[in-house]
Design a protein around this ligand. Structure first.
Ligand SMILES: NC(=O)c1ccc[n+]([C@@H]2O[C@H](COP(=O)([O-])OP(=O)(O)OC[C@H]3O[C@@H](n4cnc5c(N)ncnc54)[C@H](O)[C@@H]3O)[C@@H](O)[C@H]2O)c1
Length: 264
């Protein structure tokens, strides 16, 4: 039986990160050609070597900074020059900042908004003409913080809220050409970003930071963080045939943390 994504071409930003690499792995397993972009050449080379070791896996690493508009354009151009088409864009590149808003700087705002929001938009912007040709799709990685507010994360939530609504607007704009645009909204996923959060903002007690996060989950004692492969499964589903009626959706994968109030 042919693999679902055979002859399909997927471009993933932030592909050397926790979620991006899991997404790349999942698409490779489904037979796709994967163009893996990341800012960090060292991590990208390691990820490409690890993922490319699977027999039949076709992965092309591209070092790029999504905050630079012409780099977003180049990412799409390199992909189409290499593979002749683009079927799916997954925007995973992202950075985190937290802390009291009165301590935030212009540099914090510029960096986080540039990667999370501007980079996502401009990768979409240059992918659109190619996706119109293939009736392809975009999956943006937003966040639970792109659906609900949380204290001391105003810049990050502003950037992810932007990603959530640009997802919906693009979905409407591109629907006549059967290009679908969706976002997944994870809560805490076990990745280098989560480790960075705990190490940088845990006041010397990363385990305490993790406990505080898990304390917000409705599962109580049985709460756990999400695995990157669980997010990747949802991304791959959204890119596939079975998701044909789904566009403009913000799909939460968060153990219910954004569902509302009322748990003990
Ligand atoms: N880990 C979580 O708990 C969590 C939860 C919800 C949403 N997210 C989102 O998921 C996405 C992936 O996060 P992750 O947890 O895998 O983080 P990660 O830090 O493991 O990976 C992010 C990747 O993005 C890359 N990147 C950063 N700036 C870039 C730039 N300017 N150009 C290109 N690449 C750049 C980094 O090098 C890194 O490899 C992010 O958008 C993040 O905001 C993460």
């Amino acid at each position: 039986m042919a693999s679902e994504f055979e002859n399909r071409v997927v471009l993933i930003t932030g592909a050397a990160g926790g979620i991006g690499k899991a997404v790349a792995r999942r698409f490779l397993a489904a037979g796709a050609q994967v163009f893996a972009a990341d800012l960090r050449a060292d991590l990208l080379a390691a990820a490409a070597e690890e993922l490319g070791a699977t027999p039949g896996a076709t992965i092309y690493p591209i070092e790029a900074d999504v905050t630079v508009v012409r780099e977003c354009e180049r990412l799409v151009a390199v992909t189409v020059a290499g593979a002749g088409r683009l079927d799916t864009l997954v925007n995973c590149a992202g950075v985190w900042v937290e802390g009291p808003s009165e301590t935030m700087t212009e540099a914090d705002w510029d960096r986080v908004v540039a990667v999370n929001l501007k980079g996502t938009f401009f990768c979409c912007r240059y992918a659109i003409p190619e996706l119109r040709k293939t009736q392809g799709c975009i999956v943006n990685i937003s966040s639970d913080a792109g659906v609900v507010g949380t204290p001391e994360t105003a810049i990050y939530t502003a950037s992810k809220g932007g990603v959530s609504l640009l997802t919906k607007s693009l979905a409407l704009e591109l629907a006549p050409d059967l290009v679908r645009v969706n976002a997944v909204c994870p809560a805490d996923v076990v990745t280098p970003m989560l480790r960075y959060q705990a190490d940088t903002y845990g006041r010397g007690d990363p385990e305490g930071y993790y406990r505080r996060l898990l304390g917000c989950y409705p599962q109580g004692e049985r709460a756990r963080f999400i695995r990157p492969d669980e997010v990747a499964e949802l991304v791959c589903f959204l890119a596939g045939e079975k998701a044909a009626p789904i566009t403009g959706a913000l799909l939460s994968i968060d153990f219910g943390t954004s569902a509302g109030y009322g748990y003990a």
